[in-house]
Design a protein around this ligand. Sequence first.
Ligand SMILES: [Zn+2]
Length: 443
Amino acid sequence: MIDRIVVYSLDRLSRDPVHGVILMQELEKHGVLLEAATETVDNSEVGKLVFYIKGYAAKLDAERRRDATGRGKKELLKNGKLPQGTGIGIYGYHWIKEHKKRVPLEREAKVVKRIFEMVIAGNSCFKIANILNSESIPTKSGKKWEARTIARIVSNTAYMGITYFGKTSGKERKDNSKESWYALTDVTPAIISKELFNSAQEAIARSKELNPGKAKHEYPLTGFLVCGKCGSPLVGSCLRKDYRYYHCRGTYSTVNREKICDAKYIKAEWIENIVWEKVKEVLSHPDVLLAEVRNRKDTEQDQYSSGALDQEIKTLTRKLKGYAGQERRLMKAFKLGFTPDIILDEMNETKKEKEADQTRLASLIQTKENILKLEDYEEKLKELCARIVPDLDNCTNEDKKDAYKYLDLKVTATPEAIDIKGYLDPTVFDAQSCVRMASHSSG
Ligand SMILES: [Zn+2]
């Protein structure tokens, strides 16, 4: 079914050199061609040996660099203990620092059990938070309950005795190698039975099916907003059913870190209006926008006289392919009896040089893409303006999101201050210049 496999460079094929060589042999056996964008694949026996040694050298290098804390952490995990700094704040337990384990706190454990039972009885996380708040039961940090906090508790497998370490909230990491996450079974004693836990998951799935509309609250600024305090993304959050807010992700603790920010909620309508007014202002003078795009295109093209950029890309690509030869020469030195340490260091030196070239090549390609993007941009911008400018006051959220995307909008916000930046800033996004240029262009 597969004719050929193309990798960026051979060391991306596999992390483990042994696996890499096996893969190469298997591919060869099945007639699958292996190609690398930045080097020549040598299928000869010597080529395979070079490939193996290279991978081995890289692995050795990475291991050398790994710090002592990393080793200490792993040691703890192997002994079924949680490294310090994680899991301290989980509701329902007390953290015993000396033993690096959790011990149930009866008072809180009872609340956890109640939360699970309320979910199974069909209550929404929002309602449960309200009930707990009305009974003046505080969270671990002494604050009020939020629907989100409840949802996190109900989905945390630690409550039935399985603690994951190194797993980011819910989503499985791409890298599933055994170093990257551990399921520990005796760090957190279960306070919820497996049956209860599973029933709660089913109840949540059911309620999602019944109320698909609930997720329908739209947050058109999602992805364009970051926190003015800590730089984390702001995410949509709905309080008391109908009040939409944007809230800093840094204010929530995750499995891997405590909360890092205390930014307040930002009223969604308030910030959405301000941002849209600003963008509307910019869009209502498409001629100014287009003139700016043309201007930029001219400047970029001046910097790289026709062909010079392509030429350098070509040269670098060729140079990168040449590294294979250098590696073969090193192998010869190996055969001639040089000590492995010298060869391995040399290998890693070559690798660093190669990586520098790869970085340079990537940035050149980026520049080229920028130029192409600008060329394309003018057309797209014309389309967008033709579509939404005639009726800017009746734009849907989808239209607005399109506009934000085209203008590469980046909004930094706190409840007090909003800073709006865009692709064409500061020329266009600076209110002063926008007004000035607009009046200039209209005569
Ligand atoms: Zn923040």
